[in-house]
Design a protein around this ligand. Structure first.
Ligand SMILES: Nc1ncnc2c1ncn2[C@@H]1O[C@H](COP(=O)(O)OP(=O)(O)O)[C@@H](O)[C@H]1O
Ligand SMILES: [Mg+2]
Length: 383
């Protein structure tokens, strides 16, 4: 399934901007982005419910721009379930098969199979109002799979479920998709859902594709500051910075502490080691990062909360403004001299600082990402 340059405007405003996404056969690709970024519009273009202003949609190798929604061989699952309230579970699931004029015996068999696979076999006589939210969404899923379509389109199907049900239904959808190996485009604004469900994730911001790759590549090598911030809970810490050479032995970066300052852990192969000056101190850069950082005058450096630590030899100075105990870990929020806030993730048993305490924060040079301030694009970072 393919979107090629798919573009949609509403009243002259671009909702989806030349979107290129290639979903492989059998793949579950998650379209991820904040509310209003164009996810539903993209999905509706694939379904045929929205006509692209530009670009092409391909399903099974065929351009389907001129094909009616009902002939596209896609099944859609919505956040709102969209069940028929006056029909039983059985009739709801059966509905698309009736429309297709399937024989009654075949209909019954396929409805039974789909209902059984989703744990609905005992509920076939009930009406939607007699079901929980999770059961209703499973009926909507059963109605989608009973059609045996080429493509599943799912638009935030878990959003109306409470946390426990969301977890369960998420696992159900993953298992179902793996078993059926049906090509799936799954829309969500929830990065945890995207990270746990997607074979690959396409990140969208204001209608524009930011990056499409596996969850681990997105997390470890985000293409820009938007992706860096959007993935992770909380997202990557981002600090405006300028590059500063640190020819050894005299440390150039003016941190007051006696600790050795700008020493990259491994000697940079080319040129002197460097550091990124930020409000409240600096961060040492590895050789690869330093070389990349030279390509822009104004930088943003990024470090994930789990790669920061509170240590007396830290090269950043800050003040603790918040300590959040989350059970297994603790988020310590530190404010730097320019007001930027930095989240440090600690293991729960670690000594927790007090609010208002002055602390020092360190990061391993190898964990620092470098972006250009101008466009936010990645310049370098962990490989
Ligand atoms: N039918 C419509 N008419 C006008 N504007 C629309 C319509 N549908 C969506 N939009 C606008 O297009 C943008 C993308 O919307 P949508 O695709 O629903 O985003 P998402 O699903 O990511 O929240 C939003 O600015 C939204 O207001
Ligand atoms: Mg939407």
């Amino acid at each position: 399934m393919l979107l090629r340059g798919a573009t949609k405007r509403f009243d002259g405003r671009v909702a989806v901007d030349h979107l290129d996404i290639d979903v492989a056969d059998g793949e579950l690709l998650v379209l991820l982005g904040p509310s209003g970024c164009g996810k539903t519009t993209a999905l509706r273009m694939v379904a045929g419910l929205e006509e692209p202003d530009e670009g092409e949609i391909e399903i099974g190798g065929q351009v389907v721009n001129d094909v009616d929604p009902k002939d596209r061989d896609v099944a859609m699952v919505f956040q709102s379930y969209a069940l028929y309230p006056h029909l039983s579970v059985e009739k709801n699931i059966e509905f698309p098969l009736r429309q297709r004029g399937l024989h009654a015996d075949d209909r019954r068999r396929r409805v039974r199979e789909a209902a059984t696979s989703l744990g609905l076999a005992d509920l076939l006589d009930r009406k939607p109002r007699q079901l929980s939210g999770g059961q209703r969404q499973r009926v909507a899923l059963a109605r989608a799979i009973v059609r045996e379509p080429q493509v599943f389109l799912m638009d935030e199907p878990l959003s109306n479920l409470d946390a426990a049900l969301r977890l369960q239904t998420r696992a159900d959808i993953v298992a179902l998709q793996r078993r059926l190996a049906t090509t799936t485009l799954y829309v969500t604004h929830d990065q945890v859902e995207a990270m746990t469900m997607g074979h690959r994730i396409a990140v969208l911001d204001r209608g524009v594709l930011q990056q499409v790759d596996t969850p681990s590549v997105l997390y470890e090598r985000p293409a820009n500051v938007f992706v860096a911030r959007f993935l992770g809970s909380p997202g990557m810490n981002l600090l405006p910075a300028t590059l500063s050479d640190a020819p050894s032995p005299a440390p150039l970066c003016d941190a007051p502490s006696p600790a050795p300052l700008c020493d990259a852990p491994s000697p940079a192969p080319a040129g002197p080691s460097s550091c990124a000056r930020v409000a409240g101190g600096h961060l040492a850069l590895g050789g690869e990062q330093a070389a990349a950082a030279r390509r822009a005058a104004e930088l943003v450096v990024g470090v994930r909360p789990e790669h920061l630590a509170l240590t007396p030899s830290g090269t950043l100075e800050g003040t603790v403004v918040l300590v959040e105990l989350l059970g297994a870990d603790v988020h310590v929020v530190c404010r730097l001299s320019d007001g930027t806030e930095l989240v440090v993730r600690q293991d729960a048993p670690a000594a927790r600082p007090a609010i208002g305490e002055a602390v020092r924060v360190s990061a391993a040079a190898s964990s620092v990402h470098v972006f250009t301030q101008k466009s936010g694009a990645r310049l370098g970072g962990p490989q």
